[in-house]
Design a binder for this molecule. Structure first.
Ligand code: ARG
Length: 469
């Protein structure tokens, strides 16, 4: 399709009221077609349903509706084939499609906008768009969960130190550590689901602000467009963007989770930790230092989380000062939504790919997990089981740890006589405390990393992800 050039087309909503054409600068400043063209399928979907409601209201005949339907589907096909030329002077996707329809089918097309405003139209389009986007994102989250579970299964017996304050704390299974992210992603999916559930309300039929004297059958519209509920206040419906804020918020939290995983990966691939090696396909080199293999995917994801937060704050700030009802400020919602969507939907699959190709350096993991200092708490538990109150046991072991540092020997190598100087409760059986496998296996409470628990959780996730991806 050619460029829409005629002044008549451009002034389709200005005829009558305005004597002068808009300034060229204003046109550039106010247009949204450069990004809201992405809503075209949903805009057309909404118009197809609207035309049916106009038939029911006696505004269109069935023949006219069929003509509109044919015209809209042709326009959709042209946009699909990238043959449609969008015109910035028509501001947005809604006007671009409407004008194209009028050019194509004449005055019947000019009836379509009866009892509708771009205000309720865009509120509808964005909901329809996000409904699909959320379905895709949830699937991508599930795919990443599958990768984490697969990775955990491939290394189900590997122990690593668990950290608090980035100080070695207690031993854990690597699988347990990775399954923590599987839990986080499950919450992300559930948050996206909640957002979709609350968003499941039809705004169309609210008009510009207060509906229309031509009364549309909104139940028909809701059925046609697959909404379970109908908005109950037209003023709220045209200016509500809570659903967009919730979407951005869910993605900001998802970003925070991916950023934490990124941070773990960055640490683990460093020589200082050395637990993980990323594939050549998922690392970058340095232009100067030949030895480098950088985890840029993880770093960029950590960095891009800033954009996800920024988009949320941008929209919340845009909305906070708006009087009822629609104000043009609201147009700013879309770039934030699209940017967060694009950012998250690129990060999720690349993480999936990167994890599938990564390799655990088991020797390095074993060496780090073998540090007996990780079992200091277990040593205190040993004394507790001999009858010492925990606070005293904590102090006794604290003294023994200091002793180990002073003598420069591992915690497990302090001779029994010296242990007994600090507490007579120590016996020959203390040696068993320092068996790493047993120490992990004893952590059997629900949610703790005993291999038996982790196996169970892996099986749970494998089934859950198979059933509802
Ligand atoms: N492009 C506008 C937006 O995205 C559509 C609604 C315009 N409404 C209006 N009255 N100018 O919000």
């Amino acid at each position: 399709m050619g460029v829409v050039r005629s002044a008549v087309d451009r002034s389709v909503i200005r005829r009558g009221r305005f004597a002068e054409e808009t300034s060229a600068l204003l046109r550039v400043y106010t247009e949204s077609i450069s990004y809201d063209w992405r809503l075209y399928r949903h805009d057309i979907q909404g118009s197809l349903a609207h035309a049916k409601a106009l038939v029911a209201a006696g505004i269109l005949t069935e023949e006219e509706r069929l003509l509109i339907e044919k015209g809209l589907l042709e326009i959709q096909a042209e946009i699909d084939r990238k043959e449609f030329t969008f015109d910035a002077s028509l501001e947005d996707i809604h006007m671009n499609i409407e004008v194209a329809l009028i050019r194509r089918i004449g005055s019947v097309g000019a009836k379509l906008h009866t009892a509708r405003s771009r205000n309720d139209q865009v509120a509808l389009d964005l909901r329809l768009y996000l409904r699909e986007a959320i379905t895709r994102l949830r699937k991508q989250c599930a795919n990443l969960q599958c990768s984490l579970v697969g990775f955990a299964c491939r290394h189900s017996s590997v122990c690593i130190p668990g950290y608090t304050h980035l100080q070695r704390a207690q031993p854990v299974l690597l699988a347990h550590h990775l399954l923590a992210y599987t839990e986080m992603l499950a919450r992300d999916r559930s948050r996206l689901n909640d957002c979709m559930e609350r968003m499941d309300e039809l705004p169309l039929g609210s008009g510009a602000i207060s509906g229309s004297t031509i009364v549309l059958d909104r139940k028909l519209l809701a059925r046609e467009l697959g909404f379970s509920r109908i908005t109950q206040n037209s003023m709220d419906a045209v200016s509500d963007r809570d659903f967009a804020c919730e979407f951005l918020s869910a993605l900001a939290i998802l970003g925070m989770h991916l950023s934490r995983l990124s941070e773990d990966i960055v640490l683990w691939v460093s020589e200082e930790f050395g637990f993980l090696e990323l594939s050549d396909r998922h690392t970058t080199g340095s232009s100067l230092m030949p030895q480098k293999k950088n985890p840029d995917v993880a770093e960029l994801t950590r960095g891009k989380t800033g954009r996800l937060y920024g988009n949320l704050f941008s929209l919340l700030t845009t909305l906070k000062g708006l009087p009822m009802t629609y104000n043009r400020d609201i147009q700013e919602d879309k770039e934030a939504v699209f940017d967060s969507l694009d950012t998250a939907s690129m990060a999720l699959p690349i993480f999936e790919e990167m994890l599938d190709a990564a390799r655990v350096r088991e020797d390095r993991a074993a060496a780090a997990a073998g540090d007996p200092i990780l079992l200091a708490t277990d040593l205190a538990d040993y004394l507790v089981l001999k009858g010492l109150p925990f606070r005293q046991a904590h102090e006794v072991v604290g003294r023994i740890v200091t002793m180990a540092f002073q003598l420069s020997v591992p915690l497990s190598q302090i001779p029994l006589q010296q242990l007994r100087v600090v507490s007579p409760l120590f016996g020959a059986d203390v040696e068993a405390v320092f068996n790493l496998q047993q120490a992990v296996a004893r952590r059997l409470a629900i949610g703790a990393p005993a291999p038996a628990n982790v196996e169970e959780r892996l099986t749970y996730w494998k089934n859950a992800l198979r059933e509802s991806p």
